[in-house]
Ligand binder design. Structure first.
Ligand code: PRP
Ligand code: URA
Length: 210
């Protein structure tokens, strides 16, 4: 995939942990740990462009010029599977706003159905990050970005773990301004809309409901 705004991590730690995440032998507790760890690594890679301002601090020895982040960030985890990513990122950026959004895919049509929205009209952040481990048809991610843009947010990133080429193409064509950060792009979607080889159902595997 050659789109310039699609970033697939090549970090050895990500690749190592991703193989463990995919394995059907990985139990929910370990699966949640891996979602957390990979999300942290991808979030780190995806935030290289955050703006800084100079900050003067006093060390015990002398004055030093440091930096502080000046941009505000909002996280939009798509329930359920985005939850495991959120806690990881909140550890790194505890002041982020979190707007939970419930979207599931209709099993027959694969169309996204929104059932919960914890965003408010007065939200004002510099950057919003949509969190969902799986970008399959792309319908859920597109719906989430539509919603953010509807609230006036213009700088948006998508952070996922695995994608199908179909989902990357769909999200890129509807929202070409949204960079997509991933651990891998897999082969294809199967006839029921699952990513192959993928990892199965990310929500079920995190929460033990398979
Ligand atoms: C999964 C996944 C994404 C969506 C991706 O959620 O977490 O939100 O499917 O598929 P798409 O790109 O084709 O929209 P699911 O519908 O299984 O909901 P759940 O996490 O509540 O089980
Ligand atoms: N949602 C998942 O959890 N897994 C897939 O492979 C596709 C959508």
């Amino acid at each position: 995939m050659s789109e310039h705004h699609v970033y697939v991590s090549q970090h050895p730690l990500v690749l190592h942990k991703l193989a463990l995440l995919r394995s059907k032998m990985t139990e929910p507790k370990k699966f949640r740990e891996l979602v957390r760890e990979i999300s942290l690594l991808l979030f780190y890679e995806s935030t290289l462009d955050l703006e800084l301002a100079p900050l003067n601090v006093e060390t015990p020895l002398a004055g030093a010029t440091g930096h502080e982040l000046v941009e505000t960030i909002g996280l939009m985890p798509i329930l359920r599977a985005g939850l495991g990513m959120t806690h990881a990122i909140l550890e790194m950026l505890p002041v982020s706003q979190v707007w939970h959004i419930g979207i599931y895919r209709d099993h027959e049509t694969l169309q996204p159905v929104t059932y919960y929205n914890k965003m408010n009209d007065h939200t004002n952040v510099d950057i919003a990050v949509v969190l969902d481990p799986m970008l399959a048809t792309g319908g859920s991610a597109i719906a989430a970005v539509d919603m953010l843009k509807g609230y006036g947010i213009r700088r948006i990133k998508f952070l996922g773990l695995l994608a199908a080429p179909e989902g990357v193409r769909a999200l890129s064509s509807v929202h070409p301004d949204v960079p997509i950060h991933l651990a891998a792009i897999d082969s294809h979607l199967n006839e029921v809309g699952y990513i192959v080889p993928g990892l199965g159902d990310a929500g079920d595997r995190q929460f033990g409901t398979a």
